[in-house]
Design a protein around this ligand. Structure first.
Ligand SMILES: *[C@@H]1O[C@H](CO)[C@@H](O)[C@H](O)[C@H]1NC(C)=O
Ligand SMILES: *[C@@H]1O[C@H](CO)[C@@H](O)[C@H](O)[C@H]1NC(C)=O
Ligand SMILES: *[C@@H]1O[C@H](CO)[C@@H](O)[C@H](O)[C@H]1NC(C)=O
Length: 495
């Protein structure tokens, strides 16, 4: 029976199976299923999410045994000469396992080797830490060689600083991966490049990568030092079809990165910048594909940021967060973005320290008339009411809080009731104690009795109301109108 499923369909189905446990069961169906499942299962070992459960981790680390079995005699002899006992991984693997690797997270390999080597370093308990580390590093090198040699291509590669517990510095070994003969073939089709606080020599890493990978779609970069900025900017600059770019730094001056970002203005769909210092004076042109812009705690200076803001003409989603931090936020930048993207904007989320100014608020009312999802933190109750009165006829979801101010929640509900649009489906408010009566008034304004099924009302309690619980009266009202209701508990750290 099972063999009747065509190979393509079976591959499609199994590609969507998320759990390794289920894939393991499909290995057991018959030889044919096994042959199809193995390549899918072996995409994963080095590409999994980090897991802290020690028992699970040890089980996952067993992939090292299989990689050792796949090595040729010269690699195995080399490792044996270095004091490793390979008798638990005999040299005959049924499949070419390393060839199936698609996702490669360096830290997984380092982590698995560190665990598995405890079993194969001869005399582990009386070996010095230094020797243990050198041996682990030898295994690391041989496995990297094996993968670069056998794998046809990788689509996901993640490079992060190796935790200190692996005392020896891995950066040389990591840099040397890109110089292996198989590297150009393996990295040519790379789609996702994730990079986090790596401390190795930067130019050495980026120069070969730049020559090999120019087809990346997703880049996620976390930078920790100024000397990483320029090499990464160059690496971004050579990309031909970059769609998602995320850059997080610890308040570095990223003037040069901006130059890399601008080079991708034709293809970028989503741009995320966090704690980045940017200055740009000259004109930029349009980011013709950019739909999502997410900015958090970035330094954007008034006059210089305006040409940047006016390049986002197609934006449909704009998130801007600014808490108190070393940078000042530019109200002019926010307003210019709203003005430029105008009715293309469907989703806005603003959290500006200390409040949303009058001018920014007016810009939302004036320009963003086609908005469907609006989230505003730090509004005054007056501003909240203004949103209800402004006839955003496509607005489906509105979330807000009135920060730093205890206002009368009953009064707010009654005023909202007067003019809440029927088309609004989802309202989320942070507020204090309110009566069942006010809730009824508000629901009455929003929908007919029993007709609130497609509506959802979420209340987040303010500090003062953290002990407030709903009475039976409240529950009766909620049931009568049929609105989905949720009151979120304050989490401990918020209390
Ligand atoms: C053995 O495999 C390694 C990579 O794993 C490769 O570099 C080396 O050339 C191979 N040696 C032989 C003799 O095939
Ligand atoms: C870009 O990111 C979005 C959201 O994270 C994701 O849905 C999309 O698939 C990514 N694009 C590519 C090309 O992977
Ligand atoms: C209610 O909202 C409409 C637009 O949706 C507006 O024209 C009207 O002035 C508002 N009414 C009050 C009492 O504010």
């Amino acid at each position: 029976m099972a063999t009747k499923v065509s190979t393509e369909i079976l591959i499609m189905i199994l590609n969507n199976v998320q759990s390794t446990q289920d894939l393991h069961s499909s290995l057991l169906v018959n030889r044919y299923w096994c042959k199809v499942t193995i390549p899918i299962l072996w995409k994963l070992p080095l590409g999994q999410e980090y897991c802290t459960n020690d028992k699970k981790l040890r089980k996952k680390a067993l992939c090292i045994r299989t990689y050792l079995s796949c090595m040729n005699t010269s690699s195995r002899t080399l490792l044996t000469q270095f004091g490793l006992d390979l008798s638990s991984s005999p040299p005959q693997a049924t499949f070419n396992y390393p060839s199936f690797t698609r996702k490669f997270i360096i830290n997984n390999l380092v982590n698995f080797i560190s665990l598995y080597s405890q079993q194969i370093i001869i005399g582990y308990n009386c070996t010095s830490n230094y020797k243990k580390s050198t041996r682990s590093k030898k295994i690391f090198r041989e496995i990297c060689k094996l993968i670069m040699n056998r794998c046809s291509f990788l689509d996901y590669f993640e490079l992060a600083s190796v935790p200190e517990k692996f005392s020896i510095n891995y950066s040389d070994s990591i840099n040397s991966i890109f110089k292996l003969p198989g590297a150009p073939k393996v990295f040519k089709k790379l789609e996702s490049f994730i990079f986090e606080y790596y401390e190795g020599s930067f130019n050495e890493l980026c120069e070969p990568l730049k020559l090999i990978c120019d087809n990346i779609l997703n880049m996620d970069l976390k930078l920790s030092s100024q000397d990483q900025v320029q090499p990464l900017a160059r690496f971004i600059n050579v990309q031909k079809r970059l769609e998602n770019l995320s850059i997080v730094t610890n308040y570095l001056d990223c003037h040069l990165l901006l130059w890399g970002i601008i080079s991708q203005k034709e293809t970028l769909k989503s741009l995320r910048l966090e704690s980045v210092g940017l200055n740009w004076k000259s004109s930029i042109g349009q980011f013709i594909s950019l739909q999502e812009l997410y900015i958090r705690n970035c330094g954007l200076h008034k006059s210089e940021s305006l040409s940047f803001a006016s390049s986002f003409t197609q934006l449909s989603s704009f998130h801007y967060f600014h808490s108190s931090n070393p940078y000042k936020y530019s109200q002019e930048f926010v307003i210019k973005v709203l003005e430029t993207a105008n009715t293309n904007l469907k989703n806005i989320c603003l959290d500006l320290h200390p409040t949303i100014t009058f001018d920014t608020f007016s810009a939302i009312l004036n320009y963003c008339t086609k908005i469907t999802k609006l989230t505003l933190y730090g509004l005054s109750p007056e501003q909240a009411i203004t949103i209800f009165n402004n006839d955003f006829n496509e607005l489906r979801r509105f979330s807000f809080d009135c920060r730093g101010e205890e206002f009368d929640a009953n009064n707010l509900l009654c005023r909202m009731a007067k003019n809440v649009s029927e088309s609004l489906e989802n309202i989320e408010i942070r507020m204090g104690i309110f009566s069942a009566d006010s809730l009824r008034k508000f629901f009455e304004g929003w929908c007919c009795k029993g007709r609130g099924g497609n509506k959802k009302f979420i209340v987040k309690r303010t500090e003062l109301a953290r002990l407030f619980i709903l009475s039976n009266e409240h529950f009766k009202v909620i049931e009568e109108y049929g609105v989905q209701f949720d009151m979120e508990r304050m989490s401990i750290e918020n209390m």
